[in-house]
Design a protein around this ligand. Structure first.
Ligand code: FES
Ligand code: FES
Length: 189
């Protein structure tokens, strides 16, 4: 149940039928129109159809966070999202975080400098999740451990407990958690 590249003509393709739909996603700044099986999840589309293998398949059940990417700036478990439901969305994977230049994203650099990984399997998901978590805190979204006295609407201060809570959906079988938390602390503005 793969996806076929669309012919770009703007017409419904022969491959688009009641089980497939033409779907356009902007991935790491580039538009892609594909004829997508309705059962295809975003993770498989990214890895198998677009060759972006940064996001990993760990559990395939929304439980490990290895597949975390950003959709319209919010972190998601891409193994749980049907690609056709994301038509028109902006997707950012770990491959797209650094932008056009050679420079790494500050979180990628911090992970390297802090030695915040061992096998590296969870790392792309950890980094995408951290990007999303920092944005959520900056936008004033509370977590389960946020002090209720924190003024609403303003940025939530990110202490170690907040970082651990906000990244608790990203599992690391190597147990690199202390270094991961240090790396995230390094990039807090
Ligand atoms: S592979 Fe998606 S959460 Fe584990
Ligand atoms: S570094 Fe190995 S799973 Fe996290």
């Amino acid at each position: 149940m793969g996806s076929q590249p669309h012919d770009g003509s703007g017409h419904r393709t022969a491959a688009a039928d009641r089980h497939h739909s033409d779907t356009t996603l902007r991935v790491n700044g580039k538009p892609h129109t594909l004829t997508v099986d309705h059962r295809r999840v975003l993770l498989d589309l990214l890895r198998e159809d677009l060759g972006l293998t940064g996001a990993k398949k760990g559990c395939d059940h929304g439980q490990c966070g290895a597949c975390t990417v950003l959709v319209d700036g919010r972190r998601v478990n891409s193994c749980l999202l049907l690609a056709v439901a994301l038509d028109g969305s902006e997707v950012t994977t770990v491959e797209g975080l650094a932008g056009d230049g050679e420079e790494l994203h500050p979180l990628q650099r911090a992970f390297l400098e802090r030695d915040a990984f061992q096998c590296g399997y969870c790392t792309p998901g950890q980094i995408c999740s951290a990007v999303g978590a920092l944005a959520e805190a900056a936008a004033g979204h509370p977590s389960h451990v946020t002090d209720p006295a924190t003024p609403s609407g303003g940025p939530v201060p990110l202490g170690r407990e907040e970082i651990r809570e906000r990244l608790s959906g990203n599992l690391c079988r190597c147990g690199a958690y202390p270094r991961i938390a240090e790396a995230v602390e390094d990039v807090i503005p």
